[in-house]
Write a protein that binds this ligand. Structure first.
Ligand SMILES: [Zn+2]
Length: 408
């Protein structure tokens, strides 16, 4: 019988893990939920089959260590998250966590030890769906955990403290999750965007993880009768907002790697025969580097204020979220690129539009990410898909990176 290939086994495990859901037949495995717990137990069972001892750490990550040639060698940490959004795809997160395990299984099968130890991590809180304050798994590893996070409650009134306790974490000793002796962190993840597919490349190397600024906007004009008010005497808040939305789009289009989105827009009073007196909308601006993002936000605010002035409407801009970007460590970027080339995949270097645990891990250790092409760029959706061939080449590149990695 032919030996099962590592990529095939990985794809089969991704299917198995997708069965751990709190809302079948949909895949919904929110942070610290019962299905997350069962998925973590399955993950631990697989690491034990590979001869590793695994555990749930105090903040709810699954961690397992594969020793290097010498005891207490510095560790290369690899992994991703195993929580999901609601009605999720089966590759977001799980692919990277299981790929880490697969790489270690490859080494263990050859009884091969490296100069570094390998630490596998399956983060527990990446998606931020259940509790608003997210990335507590990676934050715990770098030692950033704020005990306030434990007080936050989900929609059913369950606190994170209670959920963490039930999951097998230790809310009273979050500090014990802090990792030591880590040389670097690498995360394999699906791209969640369409760039690699459009360019016909299976692999991408992430150069930076976009920072984000979010604002909420209120435009105030004057409501009035849709029939009785001549066009030149109106102060239409929605028409002003529409012009602003297009100005935001134009500014984002003017610069590579800058993206801006108005994802929500409401008009009041919202009647067919009333001129809108008020419009509210959201703005989300992202870019790999903080400086260009801040400049873009300032330009957008100036353009909106000019439009408001010309149209005689009031404008109120409130920042609601600000996250710095993370520039991936050049040594990791170069190492991943070399590994991808070595396995025959000329990779595309690209920024990540989505946030990841890597941006937290990078605050303390050199960190980087390897992206795999996903079908149609679709993610956070059950239609999420990767090909077995792409899975195989991603796994080969990750294994190659690990074998060639040298702690500084
Ligand atoms: Zn993810």
């Amino acid at each position: 019988m032919a030996k099962e290939s590592p990529a095939r086994r990985l794809m089969a495990r991704l299917d198995e893990l997708a069965a751990f859901t709190d809302d079948p037949p949909k895949l919904t495995r929110l942070c610290l939920s019962p299905s997350h717990r069962r998925a973590a137990e399955q993950f631990i069972a697989w690491t034990q089959e590979a001869g590793l001892s695994a555990r749930i750490d105090p903040v709810g990550n699954v961690r397992a260590r594969y020793e290097g040639r010498r005891p207490n060698a510095p560790a290369l940490m690899i992994g991703s998250h195993i929580d999901t959004v609601r009605d999720a795809g089966r590759y977001d997160g799980a692919l990277g966590a299981l790929a880490a395990l697969s790489v270690v299984e490859g080494l263990a099968a050859q009884q091969r030890r490296l100069d570094v130890a390998i630490e596998i991590v399956a983060f527990g809180d990446e998606e931020g769906v259940r509790f608003p304050h997210t990335l507590t798994g990676s934050r715990g590893l770098v030692g950033l955990n704020e005990p306030e996070a434990l007080a936050q409650k989900d929609a059913d009134g369950v606190s994170m403290r209670e959920a963490l306790q039930a999951f097998g974490g230790d809310p009273d000793h979050l500090g014990a999750a802090r990792a030591e002796g880590v040389a670097a962190f690498v995360e394999l993840h699906i791209e969640q965007g369409p760039v690699l597919e459009a360019e016909g490349k299976p692999l991408g190397i992430v150069t930076a993880i976009n920072g984000a600024t979010r604002l909420s906007v209120v435009v105030t004009g004057a409501a009035g009768h849709a029939g009785a008010s001549p066009m030149n005497l109106r102060r239409d808040a929605l028409a002003a907002a529409a012009e602003m939305v297009l100005a935001i789009e134009a500014r984002a289009r003017s610069e590579d790697e800058l993206v801006a989105t108005v994802g929500r827009l409401d008009a009041e009073p919202g009647a067919v025969n009333v001129i809108p007196g008020r419009a509210r909308f959201s703005i989300d601006v992202r870019a790999p580097l903080d400086e260009p993002r801040r400049r873009a936000v300032a330009d957008i605010a100036a353009a909106m204020s000019a439009i408001a002035g010309r149209r005689g409407v009031g404008l109120e801009l409130t920042p609601t979220h600000e996250a710095a970007g993370y520039v991936c460590h050049p040594k990791i970027v170069a190492g991943l690129e070399a590994a991808a080339v070595a396995v025959g995949a000329a990779p595309r270097l690209l920024p990540s539009g989505a946030g990841h645990d890597t941006m937290v891990m990078g605050q303390r250790w050199p960190a980087g990410m390897l992206f795999v092409r996903c079908k149609g760029g679709v993610s956070h959706n059950p239609a999420e898909s990767i090909s077995p061939d792409d899975c195989a080449i991603a796994l080969a590149a990750l294994a190659r990176f690990v074998e060639d990695f040298r702690a500084a």
